[in-house]
Design a protein around this ligand. Structure first.
Ligand code: PGA
Length: 252
């Protein structure tokens, strides 16, 4: 049995003051929900304040990105050890990082290997663009991103990896994938690659999240699918009631 997992990706939203305000309203409600791993991922600048507020709670903290080097001349970047001081989790290879900041399967893989070394739990994102979806290339894109992004780690660490399938056409568009389509991608494309990389036993323990316009209205349908183990939530994670409802749906 895989424990459900829900992470909120705040993206570039919320100042430190606003983070404090949102977490004050949210954490108590999230604390009441058990049976699901809960994580919030505020912007880097607010992580320190968030870490302070989440200390001793059941709500985990994640960064939205990191560099793979331990330190050095990389202006504007944060090292794995720096992230680990505050966070237990890190999102890697989000499609916005791939589209706007030049992330490739190769850099995602370097970051994954760095996450293992730092002791961070990675949430690795994969997903096809609208053009690739329309061209029928979903399987090719998603399997190749998974295979190249996730290679070269120990099997012990592999079982801690969380994969997020986020079709780019569904992110922030209000047009979520159907639950059946997401199930097919998780069960017939991603999990078989995990089996190929790590063996069937470990592949069965890896959580695969769906992301892309998840709401309190559609979450339960996604979570009813056998290979959908939770969600990576963008817009709805900024609203206390919506995010709480999604986490509750995952706990059932
Ligand atoms: P969304 O974003 O829920 O706003 O579609 C999801 C994500 O990008 O992680």
């Amino acid at each position: 049995m895989r424990t459900s997992f829900v992470a909120g990706n705040w993206k570039m939203n919320k100042t430190i003051a606003e983070t404090q305000e949102l977490l004050s309203a949210m954490v108590g409600k999230l604390e009441e929900i058990s049976g699901v791993e809960k994580v919030v991922c505020p912007p880097f600048i607010a992580l320190s304040k968030a870490a302070e507020m989440l200390k001793g709670t059941s709500v985990g903290l994640g960064a939205q990105n990191m560099h793979w080097e331990e330190k050095g001349a990389f202006t504007g970047e944060s090292a794995p050890g720096m992230v680990k001081e505050l966070c237990g989790y890190v999102i890697l290879g989000h499609s916005e990082r791939r589209a706007y900041f030049g992330e490739t399967d190769e850099t995602v893989n370097k970051k994954l290997i760095a996450a293992e070394k730092a002791g961070l739990t990675p949430i690795v994102c994969v997903g096809e663009t609208l053009a690739q979806y329309e061209a029928g290339e979903t399987s090719q894109v998603v399997t190749s991103q998974t295979r190249l992004g996730l290679q070269g780690v120990s099997s012990e660490f592999a079982s801690r990896i969380v994969v997020a399938y986020e079709p780019v056409w569904a992110i922030g568009t209000g047009k979520a994938s159907s639950a059946e389509n997401a199930q097919a991608v998780h069960g017939e494309m991603i999990r078989p690659v995990l089996t190929e990389l790590f063996g069937a036993e470990i592949a069965q323990t890896i959580r695969i999240l769906y992301g892309g316009s998840v709401t309190s209205a559609n979450a339960a349908e996604f979570f009813s699918q056998v290979d959908i183990d939770g969600a990576l939530v963008g817009g709805a994670s900024l609203k206390v009631d919506d995010f709480t409802a999604i986490v509750k749906a995952a706990a059932k």
